[in-house]
Write a protein that binds this ligand. Structure first.
Ligand SMILES: C[S@@+](CC[C@H](N)C(=O)[O-])C[C@H]1O[C@@H](n2cnc3c(N)ncnc32)[C@H](O)[C@@H]1O
Length: 276
């Protein structure tokens, strides 16, 4: 079948433009790390756990080609509805499952490759999701994860700590330390994967710098408000929240003036493992 010779929708089609515009830059950096290192093999069954609105699920489907069956699994119904729209536009045979990675609606030993881009830090019980990955993978299967690590935005957290030392309470500092530690290190992620019955075969660390003009830009950035701000708010006493965030924004802005903007380091991990 020469379906690739069929015309793509016209460039002025709103549906085509909505595909062109699909992945947040935040997800894209980790997806690029995954695609840099993952060995692409044809004719496999591939599951993306925490596939959200379809990234990198569809990119993986395109990269593997039509001989591969891709499956996306996520409990987020609205995101899967968006992914279903993309599936229709791409003419893809991807299977989209609304469900929890802790109880995958898939038979044992039925999948060749499980990927998860930015999933592991977002799962309430990562150990339960990893146990399910182990169950559904074939004996010669592979697991490939990307995640951010401890040290994430260390420049921001340094300023946050200063502000809490000046104006906060000792409990705020304890909560901040616990919040920073929850991300784990390359070693702790590998240990968690091995505890679920895998042998880690590749651990690749990388990083990028996320830049903002100043603290006011950072605190209003859409991805920050969607993905990070609630965690930061959870660190401070709600009654003092407004004062502490005003001081944090002012200190970030002062630092940005001195350093020509904010540069936040984002350490990334690519982890690959096999059942053992
Ligand atoms: C940070 S988002 C990453 C989404 C996408 N992979 C990307 O790269 O943009 C984390 C995803 O994990 C999903 N998630 C959270 N808990 C989950 C679980 N228990 N099982 C499967 N997916 C889960 C969320 O709904 C969300 O779509």
């Amino acid at each position: 079948m020469m379906d690739y010779l069929d015309p793509v929708p016209a460039l002025d089609s709103p549906e085509l433009v909505s595909l062109f515009d699909e992945a947040p830059l935040w997800s894209a950096r980790f997806g690029a790390l995954l695609l840099d290192h993952l060995e692409l093999r044809p004719s496999i069954t591939l599951l993306d756990v925490g596939s959200g609105a379809g990234f990198p699920l569809f990119e993986l489907a395109h990269a593997h080609g039509p001989s591969t069956q891709v499956i996306g699994l996520d409990p987020w119904g609205a995101a899967l509805r968006r992914a279903a729209f993309k599936r229709q536009m791409y003419g893809s045979n991807a299977v989209l499952l609304v469900g929890d990675g802790e109880a995958m609606p898939l038979p044992a030993a039925s999948v060749d490759l499980v990927v998860s881009n930015l999933g592991i830090n977002n799962f309430a019980r990562p150990e339960a999701v990893l146990a399910e990955c182990r169950r559904i993978l074939r004996p010669d299967g592979r697991l490939a994860l990307t995640t951010n690590l401890q040290g994430h935005m260390r420049e921001f957290y340094g300023v946050f700590r200063d502000v809490l030392m000046r104006l906060g309470k000792p409990d705020d500092l304890d909560r901040l330390a616990a919040h920073e530690a929850h991300r784990g290190t390359a070693i702790s992620q590998a240990t968690g994967v091995e505890a679920a019955g895998f042998q880690v075969t590749r651990l690749i660390e990388d990083s990028f710098v996320w830049r903002f003009a100043d603290g006011s830009a950072l605190l209003r950035h859409f991805m920050i408000r969607l993905g990070f701000l609630d965690g930061w708010r959870g660190v401070v006493d709600p009654e003092r929240e407004r004062d502490l965030f005003a001081a944090l924004e002012a200190q970030l802005n002062a630092q940005s003036r001195d350093q020509s903007g904010l540069r936040l380091t984002i350490p990334m991990l690519y982890l690959e493992a096999q059942p053992c």
